[in-house]
Design a protein around this ligand. Structure first.
Ligand code: AMP
Length: 591
């Protein structure tokens, strides 16, 4: 391995020190469940009670739950205040007779109302489905229809631009709760001004009995490869959110935590709302979009101690250079994690050198509901590896295309295979936050399981010590002259060149080799594309990668990303081949 292991020389003192093997072997989900309260009088398990009410009823009542940062300043909301606002929201839904299991969608920017809506919906045993506010009318309509949206929480302005044009196609949408004032002459069928409804609502809401298996959240997958699917999650998921907040993010109730993902994506709900609140931390909510300088300012001024972000954001910060980071006081930071895409080894080491902390990669999906594989605060990091399964999760690698023979089970290579063999990453069902279905699509759900495993659609390798290494989405794998090439490996190697900010790699059909590796490259700020640089990068690739190096390189000012930060290789390929672009509703520039 060319990258040195980052050894944790001095693990933080106190309860944070834990031994991976020991904890994993002793762990059970029943025990993890005991760390939560459950509804009073054995009335079940409700996410909102665990995230809000149990803290509001105790010594944390006056502690800050949400710290909303926007252009105008900072607004703090305590656990006690959050209990009241979410109670009122639940009362509003109750007053509208929104029934158990019915879907409440949000189409809102990040602000206090979004968090109130999410948690108030759960209190009323309705299902919360957050939509990213930058979606255009088509993706909004498609999701509302697929999810049978009964209630939508949005602003009059967003409604007019994105919902009014498609309202007629949404006969099931009955109520529109509006954040802000509706202008004179604007008619919104079923529209209710939320502020006044909340002011009149009962602040003393009692959460009805909630079965842990009741549907709680509906998340649409980001659709890098196809049409959106609605993954169903239940209240029981909170057991995994709570446990992984501790294992994978090292969260404690004295932390100031910032998850940069929007709640429109699963990360922004599981870890941008639920998990940190169940731990009693202060959650920073930034209402703005990415801006390197502002982000560093937030880390500095809010004294963020645990930061959960995405590889694209890290790469953008790297692109801005180390000086900007060093102009800021980041001394409160003690743990950084990243998810959503492969984290290049270079980025892990950049964190160590420039931010003073390595970046801990972790892996999961919309369907898994919570972090499944992770690098831990007390475990050495092998840069480029996703880490090891969280306690309670059994991960394996299955041979593809055969009968699903296991190459690896739970980090141990089976007798018939060798460490480092590539296989499909699979998980043994049974963890609490596993999705319980794709809404209205049982056939598709059933296809996700085989031989007692949940199939993730990702390819990975496992080394002799049980660290998992991401290779790529099975759909993205390139087959060139008999080699199977994972785009991530090629992208990471190119990113080691000082001129390269980001790379996206695809297989371009070729009559001789089957496919040839083509890389799309965006450059760091101070660099300009040239024929000379292109040749240099091709040679650099050959030196690093040999036979699997890219044969073609094209420069792009920016690569296409999903709004959740993933490079859309599928789109690069479609454009390269002049094919239809397919579903681009999650594309970053789509409005
Ligand atoms: P989504 O369901 O939209 O959150 O996407 C899940 C997919 O993102 C996974 O199946 C992976 O392909 C990718 N992904 C998430 N985390 C990582 C990671 N740490 N390393 C590599 N790929 C990741």
């Amino acid at each position: 391995m060319r990258w040195q292991t980052i050894a944790k020389e001095a693990p933080p003192a106190g309860p944070r020190v834990w031994d991976y093997a020991e904890v994993r072997d002793a762990f059970s989900w029943e025990q993890a469940r005991a760390g939560l309260d459950g509804l009073p009088d054995g009335r079940g398990l409700n996410i909102a009670h665990e995230a809000v009410d149990r803290h509001a009823a105790g010594p944390k009542a006056d502690a800050v739950a949400l710290r909303c940062v926007d252009g105008a300043g900072v607004t703090d909301i305590t656990y006690g205040q959050l209990r009241e606002s979410t109670n009122r929201f639940a009362s509003v839904l109750g007053g509208l007779s929104v029934g158990r299991g019915e879907r409440v969608f949000s189409l809102l920017g990040r602000g206090p109302e979004l968090y109130t809506a999410a948690l108030g919906t759960l209190k009323n045993t309705n299902v919360f489905s957050p939509l990213f506010s930058a979606f255009g009318p088509d993706p909004v309509g498609e999701r509302l229809r697929l999810g049978n949206g009964r209630v939508l929480v949005t602003t009059p302005e967003l409604y007019t631009r994105k919902v009014a044009p498609i309202r007629e196609s949404l006969p099931e949408l009955r109520h529109v709760l509006l954040v802000g004032t509706v202008g004179e002459g604007t008619r919104i069928p079923g529209g209710i001004e939320l502020d006044s409804a909340l002011a009149e609502a009962d602040p003393g809401f009692e959460i009805p009995p909630t079965d842990p298996e009741d549907m709680a959240l509906l998340h649409f997958t980001s659709g890098t490869t196809g049409k959106p699917k609605g993954a169903v999650h239940v209240h029981e998921a909170v057991v995994a959110h709570h446990a992984t907040a501790s294992f994978a993010l090292d969260l404690h109730d004295d932390d100031v935590f910032w998850c940069t993902a929007d709640p429109g994506w699963v990360t922004g709900t599981s870890y941008g709302i639920i998990a940190p609140l169940t731990r009693g931390t202060t959650l920073v909510v930034d209402t703005g979009e990415f801006d390197a300088r502002r982000w560093y300012r937030i880390l500095q001024e809010q004294r963020v101690s645990v930061w959960y972000t995405a590889p694209t954001a890290v790469r953008m910060l790297m692109r801005r250079g180390a000086d900007l980071a060093r102009d800021h006081d980041l001394s409160a930071l003690r743990f950084i994690a990243s998810v959503g895409e492969p984290l290049n080894p270079e980025a892990v080491v950049w964190g160590q050198e420039v931010l003073g902390l390595p970046i801990h990669d972790n892996w999961w999906q919309t369907e898994t509901g919570a972090i499944m594989i992770s690098n831990y605060a007390t475990m050495d990091i092998r840069p480029g590896s996703m880490g090891r399964p969280v306690p309670g999760v059994v991960a394996g690698l299955l041979e593809r295309g055969k009968d699903g023979r296991a190459l690896v089970t739970n980090g141990r290579v089976t007798e018939s295979s060798t460490p480092g063999e590539m296989g499909e990453l699979a998980l043994r069902p049974g963890w609490p936050s596993m999705f319980r279905g794709y809404l209205h699509d049982d056939v598709r759900y059933a296809k996700m399981f085989a031989g007692g495993w949940y199939l993730t659609g990702d390819l990975a390798r496992c080394d002799a010590d049980g660290y998992y290494w991401f290779v790529g989405r099975a759909d993205d794998i390139i087959k060139s002259a008999g080699h199977l090439i994972g785009p991530f490996e090629v992208e990471s190697a190119l990113m080691e060149h000082p001129a390269v900010a980001e790379a996206g790699v695809i297989g371009r059909p070729d009559p001789v080799a089957g496919e040839i590796v083509k890389a799309f490259v965006s450059l760091r700020r101070e660099q300009t594309p040239s024929e000379e640089l292109r040749r240099e990068l091709l040679a650099f690739g050959r030196r690093r990668l040999g036979g699997v190096a890219p044969k073609e390189i094209a420069f792009e000012a920016d690569l296409p990303h999903t709004r959740s930060g993933k490079v859309m290789r599928r789109l690069l390929k479609a454009r390269e081949m002049g094919l239809p672009e397919g579903d681009v509703s999650t594309l970053e520039t789509a409005q």
